[in-house]
Ligand binder design. Sequence first.
Ligand SMILES: CC(C)(COP(=O)(O)OP(=O)(O)OC[C@H]1O[C@@H](n2cnc3c(N)ncnc32)[C@H](O)[C@@H]1OP(=O)(O)O)[C@@H](O)C(=O)NCCC(=O)NCCS
Length: 192
Amino acid sequence: MAAATPAFPRGSGAPDIVVGPLDLAARVDEALAVQAVAFGLSQDEIDVRRHIVLRHLDDPRARALGATTPEGRLAGFVYGLPNNRAHWWSTVVEPYLRATGSEGWLDDSFVITELHVHPDFQQRGIGRSLITTVTDAVDQPRSILSAIDTESPARGLYRSLGYQDLARRVGFPGAPRPYAVMGAPLPLRRGR
Ligand SMILES: CC(C)(COP(=O)(O)OP(=O)(O)OC[C@H]1O[C@@H](n2cnc3c(N)ncnc32)[C@H](O)[C@@H]1OP(=O)(O)O)[C@@H](O)C(=O)NCCC(=O)NCCS
């Protein structure tokens, strides 16, 4: 396993937080607890997500990183894997991308499946560090993701990294709100 690296410049808002490899299968409950507070998940949704996360981790190409405090508390996490057109997420977004002529983004693309930072630790550069660090280590030349189709901190972060809208008003079965699908060339853009 690679050594964890301090991810933040001196003087940043998260000097003691370390971003490094996360054994997400072992710490899935902790990660989902972060997601539940950051994103808002019911207990039923947590139970469903738990199965999905563990299934994704069967893919040896899945990558997970955690942001950890000196006490070992998980402040945030990211995980993703190369897109698989047979996966549910890809089958849902595919017709929307085809309609905008951007279906090719589904090939050779690293999907950011989840990115969440606990509210106690937000706005200190942790989310930015997690997503840039995980994508820097992958082989794919581009990255795609879906985010709720509203002007959220997540959408602002993704745009600042070079993600652009590939499709909007994307409906996932069971999801009450539409999503936007976004894509960016790798490596992600640095600077503001
Ligand atoms: C999105 C999220 C992961 C960002 O994590 P974070 O550690 O707070 O983000 P950072 O401190 O690295 O900030 C990165 C950028 O995000 C945007 N951002 C973060 N918080 C913001 C806020 N409250 N308002 C507006 N923009 C914000 C900014 O573009 C910021 O860049 P800047 O600092 O250069 O202005 C975090 O807000 C979160 O977990 N949100 C809830 C869950 C969620 O929506 N996850 C994404 C699902 S698609």
